[in-house]
Design a protein around this ligand. Structure first.
Ligand code: ZN
Length: 138
């Protein structure tokens, strides 16, 4: 646990996502009318304006769409972690589903666009589990 680290505060819309992470499941909100996924979770579909939605479990597989190396900590709590790679991962189920996160299991210099990754879940304390990424062998 990182002292002083800001943690997600689930609300009515995002609670299923965070509960899924605690179970080791990556869930995405899906419009019950037009069936399109959306991320981040929100009450209304940006395409068809339906307020009806459900949740679908993702494979947890994706590719690195983009990445950066953070050399300066954005908050004092992260001072011991830099330089730190932050990746933007595109899920294989839908190229419009892109999640920001950290990556484990590889050196910073080995991260590249198109790197195949899979989700892993890290318990960061206070009943919060974050989705992170690691390279996958294919
Ligand atoms: Zn819709």
């Amino acid at each position: 646990m990182i002292e002083g680290r800001p943690l997600p505060e689930p609300d009515e819309d995002s609670r299923p996502f965070w509960e899924g992470c605690r179970r080791g499941e990556l869930l995405m909100q899906r419009c019950a009318a037009c069936r399109r996924f959306r991320y981040y979770p929100r009450p209304m579909c940006p395409r068809c304006r339906s307020f009806e939605s459900d949740w679908a479990r993702m494979s947890g597989r994706g590719t690195v769409y983009s990445w950066i190396v953070a050399h300066k900590p954005v908050m004092p709590a992260f001072a011991g972690l830099v330089p730190m790679v932050v990746v933007l991962v595109e899920l294989e189920e839908d190229p419009e589903l892109r999640l920001v996160g950290n990556i484990r299991g590889c050196r910073n210099e080995d991260v590249r666009i198109g790197l195949p990754v899979e989700v892993l879940f890290e318990d960061v304390g206070e009943d919060v589990v974050l989705p992170l990424w690691r390279p996958r062998p294919d």
